[in-house]
Design a protein around this ligand. Structure first.
Ligand SMILES: C[S@@+](CC[C@H](N)C(=O)[O-])C[C@H]1O[C@@H](n2cnc3c(N)ncnc32)[C@H](O)[C@@H]1O
Length: 358
């Protein structure tokens, strides 16, 4: 009897599924594209793919927000029937004991469009509680951050009447977050959604920034990202020809340098340890500005978080060359991820020396 076919699922940004498919099929040419919707893609694996590696499989994909073993889908007009079908799938599969239940929705819009932001909400949390009750998983933490090595049952709300069941084992930081999204509680004073982006970038990258370190951000106006940095008691230089929000200007640890990056004297950045960039320009222009700074003997930048705008999706194919360019400046540890709170852009985390933490 032939072995049952194996599938994996990948969650991504709404609209990023085409670049995700190209990226995965480029690295894993034996995978076959299976079910796909904007923001959610599944692949059939070759028959000889090692089953044991699947729960912690690292696809090494910039555009995959989260992934796992795909068990099957359920389709029914009412919730009770969908939950019953999930029960059957779980009963028919050889599964480990789970430590967490994550119930998450496929993104149905681009983050930031018409107020949409990815991640947990009251509806998915309430549904998670109903599913846990029906499936006798009431003892599991629901939509909480898992610890490394814990096993997570994923129920993915792909459409109103169609869900997907899967599971994965937590490894790196974002694999512990429900649907790969770090869920944060925001205060009303956030001046731009870049706050979310910076918060997620810091938690994903785990750059070892310490209170009091000096950080500069190129493209800092109006100032959400700088707020997230200031909330960590960092000293912040905002570099932007545009105005900063008054909240930032009033902060004692914030200095605005009202210039374009190219107009900066590198001596102004001598004490900067960490460099952020979020300019709305093409990636090569961002990299030119950053290279100008890091290549100077007057600066000593330990690490960076760079937003590269994919002003057209075709630029995704250039990512490996952008990362090589960054490595050529003497930075060993360079990773790219399309953050949940990114729009059509990716975040590159850069460290001169590899931190021991994963
Ligand atoms: C997406 S916004 C930045 C949002 C900001 N990071 C925040 O937290 O609110 C892009 C910014 O890049 C700035 N910018 C574009 N080219 C620049 C350059 N060469 N140097 C500095 N800033 C630049 C623009 O003025 C604009 O304010």
């Amino acid at each position: 009897m032939s072995a049952k076919p194996q599938f994996i699922f990948c969650g991504c940004q709404f609209g990023a599924q085409s670049v995700l498919k190209q990226e995965i099929l480029g690295s894993w040419p034996d995978f076959k594209l299976s079910f796909s919707r904007p923001g959610f893609v599944t692949f059939k694996l070759p028959a000889d793919f090692p089953t044991k590696s699947l729960p912690t499989l690292d696809l090494k994909s910039t555009f995959t927000r989260c992934s796992g073993i795909s068990l099957d889908s359920v389709r029914a007009d009412n919730e009770t029937d969908r939950i019953d079908q999930i029960r059957q799938i779980l009963g028919n599969s050889e599964l480990p004991d789970f430590d967490h239940l994550h119930v998450w929705k496929r993104d149905c819009q681009i983050p930031g469009d018409r107020g949409f932001e990815p991640g947990r909400d009251a509806d998915t949390d309430a549904l998670a509680a109903r599913i846990a009750r029906s499936l006798d998983y009431e003892n599991l933490p629901l939509n909480r951050i898992a610890k490394a090595d814990q096993r997570i049952l994923d129920i993915i709300l792909v459409d109103d009447n169609q869900w997907w069941a899967g599971w994965h084992q937590a490894t790196r930081t974002p694999t512990r977050w429900p649907g790969g999204v770090y869920s944060m509680t925001l205060t009303p004073e956030i001046v731009s959604r870049a706050y979310r982006k910076m918060e997620e970038a810091i938690r994903w990258s785990r750059l070892p920034m310490k209170p009091g370190d000096l950080v500069a951000e190129i493209g800092s106006s109006p100032g959400g990202a700088c707020q997230a940095l200031l909330a960590r008691d960092l000293q912040v230089l905002g570099i932007d020809p545009a105005e900063m929000h008054p909240t930032l200007l009033a902060h004692p640890n914030f200095t605005h340098i009202r210039k374009k990056a190219s107009e900066m004297k590198r001596s102004e950045l001598t004490h900067v340890k960490w460099l952020m960039s979020d300019s709305n320009v093409a990636p090569n222009y961002t990299l030119d500005s950053v290279e100008h700074i890091v290549s100077s003997k007057r600066t000593n930048i330990r690490g960076m978080l760079l937003t590269l705008k994919m002003i057209k999706w075709e630029l995704a194919a250039e990512l490996p060359s952008y990362l090589d360019r960054i490595r050529s400046w003497g930075y060993q540890y360079v990773r790219a991820r399309q953050l949940a709170f990114n729009r059509q852009e990716v975040c590159v985390a850069v460290q001169r020396n590899r931190s021991k933490r994963r």
